[in-house]
Design a protein around this ligand. Sequence first.
Ligand SMILES: [Zn+2]
Length: 353
Amino acid sequence: MWERGSLRTIAIAGGVLLVAFLLMPDSSFPKPRDHASLIELLKNQQKEEAPLYAFNPFEDVVDNDARSFGPGFFNQHPKLLRNIRRDLGPGDIEWRLENSRQRLLFVPERRAKMARLFGDYCGHVIDYTLQKTGLENPYVRIVTLAEENPAIPATGVTVFLVHNLAEEVKGTYVFSSPGRNPLKIDLSRKTFLGEVGSYTTNILLRGEGQPEFTWDRYTIWQTTARNPFTVLTVPVEETLHIAVREQTHRAIREQFEANPSKNAEGLEEIVEDWMAVEEALVGGVLHALLPGFLKRHAANLPDSSIEEDLESRSHFGQYRHLRKAIEVVEDLGYEEALRMYEDYPRNFKDLVI
Ligand SMILES: [Zn+2]
């Protein structure tokens, strides 16, 4: 009898413990707080370019000019042009781009250890970022992507972790000459994007109207880059981009309204301008938060990797205010910088440009 009672007691205690465990917030699950093994994997890895899976179905490209890669291709393939000339006979040949479509492709992260260690790091560093800044958690899920065309929840933001990311663009070119049947040629181009993380807003301008903003319900993060620090910045950087994007939209809209020329070119310039300011804020806050975190939890990361990351970003226009912003955020403090961007994004802009 006594034995049985004791067993029951144990069973109940177990049940209580289990319930308590499940009720605890996700972040209090015991997870590794040291990321040395991840750093070693990041230092010694090779970027794979296969197998390539589809992330989404082909979609029509709105901006055909930017995606029209045919002329360059045809110029580099004179034999193909000679064949077209032969089929269409003498006389003027005209060509046009009939349509172009694009989709994203990804190489899955198939190393189970890498997926686990990077997933743990993301959870840890996102918790830290949210706790330091008081920002809300925008994520509904972090998924190591293994299947094609994943479903994307309609609310919140889903993070997809992949090994490598590419874009495929398909164009149909039509060649014609008077009195002959036109020739159709399909071209496809795959480009590895080299962006370790991104969070996209689509801005649509109809005629004389106001710009309309829609944004993706997902962000794709790569587990590979030449510099380990670059990979480690992604969860912090994208979390900050997502958190401040609404202020950026507002700033763009206000400047567009104040602008005398309300056309697409004017809008493009304003968007480009503000994306660089947002990068500056995000980079400034990141540099106030992340190096200290990594010193404590990833001591085997070489110090030089931080400067190397800044140096490689300096070749891209979108990071043109980054170094200045790191100083500005250091002076202001990251909390004040975020507050200023939320209340008066123009003031922050004036400080960094
Ligand atoms: Zn960024």
